[in-house]
Design a binder for this molecule. Structure first.
Ligand code: INI
Length: 161
Protein backbone atom coordinates (compact mmCIF):
# COMPACT_ATOMS: atom_id res chain seq x y z
CA UNK A 1 0.00 0.00 0.00
CA UNK A 2 1.35 3.45 -0.82
CA UNK A 3 0.36 6.88 0.41
CA UNK A 4 1.30 10.41 -0.55
CA UNK A 5 4.21 10.24 1.88
CA UNK A 6 5.79 7.22 0.18
CA UNK A 7 5.03 8.20 -3.42
CA UNK A 8 8.20 8.22 -5.61
CA UNK A 9 10.21 6.45 -2.88
CA UNK A 10 12.14 3.39 -4.06
CA UNK A 11 10.42 0.57 -2.22
CA UNK A 12 11.38 -3.08 -1.89
CA UNK A 13 8.58 -5.53 -1.29
CA UNK A 14 8.30 -9.30 -1.49
CA UNK A 15 6.07 -10.80 -4.14
CA UNK A 16 3.98 -13.62 -2.72
CA UNK A 17 5.00 -16.13 -5.36
CA UNK A 18 6.44 -19.38 -4.02
CA UNK A 19 7.11 -21.27 -7.28
CA UNK A 20 10.58 -22.84 -7.41
CA UNK A 21 11.41 -22.34 -3.74
CA UNK A 22 12.46 -25.20 -1.46
CA UNK A 23 10.81 -25.00 1.92
CA UNK A 24 11.18 -27.14 5.04
CA UNK A 25 8.24 -27.32 7.42
CA UNK A 26 9.31 -28.49 10.88
CA UNK A 27 6.58 -29.49 13.29
CA UNK A 28 6.46 -30.67 16.89
CA UNK A 29 4.34 -33.70 17.79
CA UNK A 30 3.44 -32.26 21.21
CA UNK A 31 -0.19 -31.02 21.12
CA UNK A 32 -0.44 -32.73 17.73
CA UNK A 33 -4.15 -32.09 17.24
CA UNK A 34 -3.36 -28.40 17.12
CA UNK A 35 -0.06 -28.69 15.26
CA UNK A 36 -1.63 -30.79 12.47
CA UNK A 37 -3.87 -27.83 11.73
CA UNK A 38 -0.88 -25.50 11.64
CA UNK A 39 0.87 -27.85 9.20
CA UNK A 40 -2.25 -27.90 7.03
CA UNK A 41 -2.46 -24.10 7.12
CA UNK A 42 1.20 -23.66 6.16
CA UNK A 43 1.13 -26.19 3.31
CA UNK A 44 -2.16 -24.86 2.01
CA UNK A 45 -0.81 -21.29 1.98
CA UNK A 46 2.42 -22.25 0.23
CA UNK A 47 0.82 -24.43 -2.45
CA UNK A 48 -1.89 -21.83 -3.12
CA UNK A 49 0.94 -19.38 -3.78
CA UNK A 50 2.60 -21.60 -6.33
CA UNK A 51 4.90 -23.90 -4.36
CA UNK A 52 5.16 -27.37 -5.86
CA UNK A 53 4.39 -30.12 -3.32
CA UNK A 54 7.66 -31.85 -4.28
CA UNK A 55 9.54 -28.81 -3.01
CA UNK A 56 8.18 -29.12 0.52
CA UNK A 57 9.93 -31.28 3.11
CA UNK A 58 7.99 -31.97 6.30
CA UNK A 59 10.13 -32.81 9.34
CA UNK A 60 8.40 -34.11 12.46
CA UNK A 61 10.09 -33.67 15.81
CA UNK A 62 9.11 -34.25 19.48
CA UNK A 63 8.21 -30.74 20.60
CA UNK A 64 8.85 -27.03 20.36
CA UNK A 65 12.01 -27.31 22.43
CA UNK A 66 13.65 -29.31 19.63
CA UNK A 67 12.74 -26.80 16.90
CA UNK A 68 15.95 -24.72 17.09
CA UNK A 69 18.44 -27.57 16.77
CA UNK A 70 16.56 -29.23 13.95
CA UNK A 71 16.01 -25.95 12.11
CA UNK A 72 19.69 -25.12 12.54
CA UNK A 73 20.75 -28.32 10.76
CA UNK A 74 18.25 -27.72 7.96
CA UNK A 75 19.39 -24.11 7.59
CA UNK A 76 23.06 -25.10 7.48
CA UNK A 77 22.40 -27.81 4.87
CA UNK A 78 21.97 -25.14 2.21
CA UNK A 79 19.08 -27.11 0.73
CA UNK A 80 16.25 -24.77 1.73
CA UNK A 81 15.27 -21.20 0.92
CA UNK A 82 13.32 -20.99 4.14
CA UNK A 83 11.94 -22.91 7.08
CA UNK A 84 8.52 -22.79 8.70
CA UNK A 85 8.80 -23.79 12.37
CA UNK A 86 5.50 -24.97 13.83
CA UNK A 87 4.48 -25.95 17.32
CA UNK A 88 1.99 -25.35 20.10
CA UNK A 89 3.06 -24.50 23.61
CA UNK A 90 0.06 -24.39 25.89
CA UNK A 91 0.45 -23.09 29.43
CA UNK A 92 -2.25 -25.32 30.95
CA UNK A 93 -0.87 -27.02 34.01
CA UNK A 94 2.74 -27.34 32.94
CA UNK A 95 5.57 -25.47 34.61
CA UNK A 96 7.51 -26.20 31.40
CA UNK A 97 5.68 -23.49 29.50
CA UNK A 98 8.03 -20.57 29.99
CA UNK A 99 11.14 -22.67 29.41
CA UNK A 100 9.86 -24.39 26.28
CA UNK A 101 8.31 -21.26 24.77
CA UNK A 102 11.31 -19.11 25.67
CA UNK A 103 13.86 -21.52 24.24
CA UNK A 104 11.89 -21.95 21.02
CA UNK A 105 11.61 -18.20 20.40
CA UNK A 106 15.20 -17.43 21.34
CA UNK A 107 16.67 -20.42 19.52
CA UNK A 108 14.76 -19.89 16.29
CA UNK A 109 15.69 -16.21 16.14
CA UNK A 110 19.34 -17.19 16.62
CA UNK A 111 19.17 -19.87 13.90
CA UNK A 112 17.73 -17.41 11.44
CA UNK A 113 20.26 -14.68 12.21
CA UNK A 114 23.29 -17.01 12.30
CA UNK A 115 22.43 -18.86 9.09
CA UNK A 116 20.81 -16.09 7.07
CA UNK A 117 18.02 -18.52 6.23
CA UNK A 118 14.63 -17.06 7.12
CA UNK A 119 12.54 -18.94 9.65
CA UNK A 120 8.79 -18.40 9.81
CA UNK A 121 7.73 -18.48 13.44
CA UNK A 122 4.58 -20.56 13.69
CA UNK A 123 4.69 -21.53 17.34
CA UNK A 124 1.52 -20.88 19.28
CA UNK A 125 2.04 -19.80 22.88
CA UNK A 126 -1.33 -19.75 24.57
CA UNK A 127 -2.81 -19.94 28.04
CA UNK A 128 -5.21 -22.76 27.19
CA UNK A 129 -6.39 -25.19 24.52
CA UNK A 130 -9.32 -22.96 23.52
CA UNK A 131 -6.98 -20.13 22.55
CA UNK A 132 -4.80 -22.57 20.62
CA UNK A 133 -7.81 -23.92 18.69
CA UNK A 134 -8.84 -20.36 17.84
CA UNK A 135 -5.42 -19.71 16.31
CA UNK A 136 -5.19 -23.04 14.50
CA UNK A 137 -7.79 -22.58 11.82
CA UNK A 138 -10.84 -21.15 13.53
CA UNK A 139 -11.85 -17.64 14.51
CA UNK A 140 -8.40 -16.15 15.01
CA UNK A 141 -7.00 -17.50 11.72
CA UNK A 142 -4.25 -20.04 11.31
CA UNK A 143 -0.80 -19.31 12.74
CA UNK A 144 0.75 -21.90 10.43
CA UNK A 145 -0.55 -20.05 7.38
CA UNK A 146 0.57 -16.73 8.91
CA UNK A 147 4.08 -18.09 9.46
CA UNK A 148 4.22 -19.38 5.87
CA UNK A 149 3.06 -15.99 4.56
CA UNK A 150 5.68 -14.11 6.57
CA UNK A 151 8.34 -16.60 5.49
CA UNK A 152 7.51 -16.24 1.81
CA UNK A 153 7.49 -12.45 1.98
CA UNK A 154 10.80 -12.41 3.85
CA UNK A 155 12.48 -14.77 1.37
CA UNK A 156 11.39 -12.55 -1.51
CA UNK A 157 12.54 -9.36 0.24
CA UNK A 158 15.94 -10.82 1.16
CA UNK A 159 16.50 -11.84 -2.48
CA UNK A 160 16.36 -8.18 -3.47
CA UNK A 161 18.70 -6.72 -0.83
N1 INI B 1 6.43 -29.11 23.82
C1 INI B 1 5.56 -28.43 23.05
O1 INI B 1 5.74 -28.37 21.82
N2 INI B 1 4.49 -27.80 23.62
C2 INI B 1 4.26 -27.84 24.97
O2 INI B 1 3.24 -27.24 25.41
C3 INI B 1 5.17 -28.53 25.79
N3 INI B 1 4.95 -28.58 27.22
O3 INI B 1 3.99 -27.99 27.69
O4 INI B 1 5.72 -29.19 27.95
C4 INI B 1 6.26 -29.19 25.17
N4 INI B 1 7.15 -29.91 25.91
C5 INI B 1 8.06 -30.86 25.31
C6 INI B 1 9.35 -30.22 24.84
O5 INI B 1 9.15 -29.43 23.68
C7 INI B 1 10.39 -31.29 24.54
O6 INI B 1 9.97 -32.06 23.43
C8 INI B 1 10.64 -32.24 25.70
O7 INI B 1 10.94 -31.50 26.88
C9 INI B 1 11.84 -33.18 25.41
O8 INI B 1 13.03 -32.43 25.15
Amino acid sequence: MSSAKTAHIRTIEGKLAAGGLKIAVVAGRFNDIIVERLIGGAIDYLTRHGLERDNITLVRIPGAFELPIVCRKLARSGKYDGIAALGAVIRGATPHFDFVAGEAVKGLAQVSLDSGVPVGFGVLTTDNVEQAVERAGSKAGNKGADAAAALLETIRVLEQL
